[in-house]
Ligand binder design. Structure first.
Ligand code: ARG
Length: 776
């Protein structure tokens, strides 16, 4: 009992987002100097704040990109070589794969720049600067301003600020809100759209452990892939062209070959997507009972249907590989999160926070006037939203989760412009559709999607309140007497949206009549119209109440705890988190080490399970212990390691950087014990799972033989005698300069200064300290 009370108290004090002693927080880089720098130094940071974030001089931030809008990547060479996760590059790798050239299974390595593969639609955003524009956005807005007026003013002003900062659309710009609408920051980016695939390991390395190991520690995944960013010869962003040249980053990360020890400083720089750390217990209940629950149910069906067909046919397996991976990712996340919320008493912790807030608000008449009703408003807004929420969740997960319905949905703008007789809008709608149609059919298998459609429509029909379903849908269901496979036969058998040829013919000569007569379009249009006219308006009023109440809740919390430094929820903007290399205890009596090795890869091997196949070449290297300079000082090949950095989805591919600004690894996942991490940071359990950069280099160099890529990078090794020995051995066998390692540091440096390769040899406390740098 005592233990229960204790753990409950612990929980309570942790459930609102402020940085206590824990390494919690996703900080805005421009504020690091003021808010975090001293603490970071204490933990082992050796860089200056300016070296981390500077607008005028090159700094770490210039090496970090938002990759494709959904992941993070970082430059590791002066020639625009970029590294991110395998699961971030997965869509691109998949799109270049065929049954003849199956890069998913076999991996891909460009041995020269002309072999690199362009990726339509892929882009990277590189931050130019960020500015606090709160006072501009909120100018003249007072507590007396109505929520509606405020929302309007905020929308207008943020749009105008972003537009002006874009300097005639030269930059990609936007203003995002922070702390639930209490603060506003402008972001200015250069967007580069010529991003080419350079290298990817086979998925038996890059996705080793598959969905079984996903969201889990201990882990053994080589989750990386490489791209190169290109620019016009004048340095500006430009669409793919043969005349483009490699991008020259203002900064790229040197790579550390050193061992990592428990307690070592680690920072993660990247683009976390979304956290809900300020979400109240009322919101959380809907997350558990409606969002996660529906997602688990619907995705479970969809994944099984996809898998059935993927296992039958290699072409279908390739077509659905990427869709399957991303659908299963948040399927498993939702399962883990719901279990975690129960186990960790997350809702109870939130309720305790809210009780404290209410008591604080009630203790003062003036405070009561502003904050006294905040939680009551939140509760009643959610009570309304709860009634309609499933309709909007099912729209996303079930209806638009069917590929043909999604394609039909894309035709709505065209339909509207045809109906309005607007020729210019029609033309634009057609142009917008073309690439979508192409990518839809490239990876489409009609019989598979038809089965999914039948299952999803059945769920929609059964789970959504009848008065929230459109008449057109209900009458279809009764016409087919609830036989959804017959209903699917009818819709898929009679719609032109099922054939690429017919869709393209239609786009040449589009007609409103033909769209209106199409059963698939009729259906999606009816469901959308029903949503827009019957469901969304019912939620709109409650959402506006929520916007205001959530804003006041955060403002109140900050007032209530003036000494706490609160950090804002993640919102896909550049953040820095810092912490240390750290093991953890997943449960009583069990301790997890902070790193895994190739031995563990071998221990998990199962040739009969595609998730645990170990490639023959990797086995050979393991048997020969041929790890070269990539082994640790014990001679092990470290595969993954963990830190307590505060990250979330979108951080995937983020660099894990040591105190000197060198790359130690790439963040790629979170752990099962902390699946509630997007709601509450728990220092005992929350870990960031990273691939060790030495495993990445080992795969590139020893496994793939892509030494051309290693040569572009700057490898640094200091203070790791074991690796220094390995490096020495490597150098001895490989380069004529080997003998120089026996010379003094001065001699060595002098002789090598002119060359491309530079070795610095230092003697420190009797240990040979070899600095190995490949210079441009
Ligand atoms: N859980 C990882 C993340 O959200 C993605 C891992 C992808 N791998 C997979 N087996 N689906 O960043």
């Amino acid at each position: 009992m005592l233990k229960k009370i204790l753990s409950f108290l612990l929980l309570v004090s942790l459930s609102v987002p402020f940085a206590a002693k824990a390494d919690e927080g996703m900080w805005l880089p421009m504020l690091v100097k003021r808010l975090n720098y001293t603490d970071m130094q204490k933990k082992g940071l050796q860089l200056t704040a300016e070296e981390i974030y500077s607008v005028n001089n090159s700094s770490l931030k210039d090496a970090i990109v938002q990759f494709g809008g959904f992941c993070t990547g970082e430059f590791i060479s002066p020639e625009g070589l970029l590294i991110t996760n395998h699961h971030c590059g997965y869509g691109s790798i998949q799109s270049h794969s065929t049954t003849e050239h199956d890069y998913l299974t076999d991996g891909f390595w460009a041995t020269s720049k002309d072999q690199e593969l362009p990726n339509e639609g892929l882009f990277v955003d590189i931050l130019v600067r960020m500015d606090d524009v709160t006072s501009k956005v909120l100018e003249g807005i007072t507590p007396a301003t109505t929520q509606e007026e405020r929302a309007q003013l905020v929308a207008q002003r943020t749009k105008a600020i972003a537009q002006e900062a874009s300097e005639n659309n030269q930059y990609v710009t936007y203003v995002r809100d922070f702390y639930n609408g209490n603060e506003f920051y402008l972001f200015v980016y250069n967007r580069y759209t010529d991003v080419r695939l350079v290298g990817a390991p086979p998925q038996s390395v890059g996705k080793y452990g598959g969905d079984t190991d996903n969201w889990m520690w201990p882990r053994h995944t080589g989750d990386f892939s490489m791209f190169r960013v290109y620019m016009a010869p004048d340095g500006k962003p430009a669409p793919y062209s043969k005349t483009n040249v490699p991008y020259k980053p203002k900064h790229f990360l040197p790579i550390s070959l050193s061992d990592k020890e428990q307690g070592d400083f680690a920072m993660v720089f990247g683009f976390p997507g979304r956290t809900k750390r300020f979400m109240t217990s009322h919101g959380l209940k809907l997350e558990v009972n409606q969002l996660n629950k529906s997602r688990i149910k619907l995705r479970d069906q969809k994944l099984n249907l996809w898998k059935e067909d993927m296992d039958k046919d290699a072409a279908t397996r390739i077509k659905y590989a990427s869709k399957y991976a991303s659908t299963s990712n948040y399927y498993k996340y939702s399962i883990g999160q719901n279990a975690g919320i129960k186990r960790m008493h997350t809702i109870e912790g939130k309720i305790a926070d809210e009780d404290k807030f209410q008591a604080w608000a009630n203790a003062d008449a003036q405070r009561k006037a502003t904050y006294g009703n905040v939680l009551g408003d939140i509760a009643s807004a959610y009570a309304t939203i709860e009634k309609y929420n499933l309709g909007s969740i099912y729209l996303n997960e079930a209806v638009l989760g069917t590929e043909a319905m999604m394609l039909g949905y894309r035709f709505i703008p065209l339909y509207n412009s045809l109906k309005a007789g607007n020729a210019a809008a029609t033309q634009k709608a057609i142009e917008d559709l073309r690439p979508r149609v192409e990518s839809h059919f490239k990876d489409y298998n009609l019989p598979t999607d038809k089965k999914v459609f039948a299952a999803m429509m059945k769920a929609y029909s059964e789970d959504i309140a009848k008065d929230q379903q459109p008449e057109a849908f209900k009458s279809l269901v009764s016409k087919y007497k609830g036989n959804f496979s017959k209903l699917a036969d009818y819709v898929y058998g009679n719609s032109f949206l099922m054939s690429e040829q017919k869709v393209n013919d239609f786009l040449k000569n589009p007609s409103q009549k033909k769209l209106e007569a199409d059963p698939a379009f009729q259906l999606i249009n009816a469901i959308m119209m029903n949503y827009v006219t019957n469901i969304a308006p019912k939620m709109a009023e409650s959402n506006a109440i929520l916007d205001k109440a959530n804003r006041l809740y955060v403002a109140g919390l900050r007032l209530m705890n003036p000494d706490k430094v609160y950090y804002p929820d993640a919102n896909s903007t550049l953040r820095l988190s810092y912490g240390t290399v750290k093991d953890y205890s997943p449960q009583d009596g069990v301790m997890y080490n902070y790193y895994t090795t190739l031995d563990g890869v071998m221990a998990k091997e199962d040739p009969t399970n595609e998730e645990f196949v170990v490639p023959a070449k990797l086995k050979q290297l393991y048997q020969a212990k041929d790890y070269g300079r990539y082994a640790n000082s014990k001679g092990e090949l470290v595969v993954n390691f963990i830190t307590d950095n505060d990250i979330t989805g979108g951080n995937s591919g983020s660099p894990v950087i040591n105190g000197k600004g060198e790359l130690m690894g790439l963040a790629f996942d979170g752990n099962w014990e902390a699946m509630t991490g997007d709601l509450v940071y728990d220092p005992d359990y929350k870990r960031c799972i990273n691939v060790d950069i030495r495993y990445v280099l080992f795969i590139i160099d020893k496994y793939a033989g892509a030494t051309n890529l290693i040569q572009e990078m700057t490898l640094v090794n200091d203070g790791n005698p074991g690796a220094a020995d390995a490096a020495t051995a490597e150098v001895k066998t490989k380069t004529p300069q080997a003998e120089l390692l026996n010379a003094t540091m001065e001699e060595a440096n002098e002789k090598l200064r002119a060359g491309k390769t530079e070795f610095k040899i230092e003697k420190k406390k009797g240990d040979a300290k070899v600095k190995l740098q490949v210079k441009d």
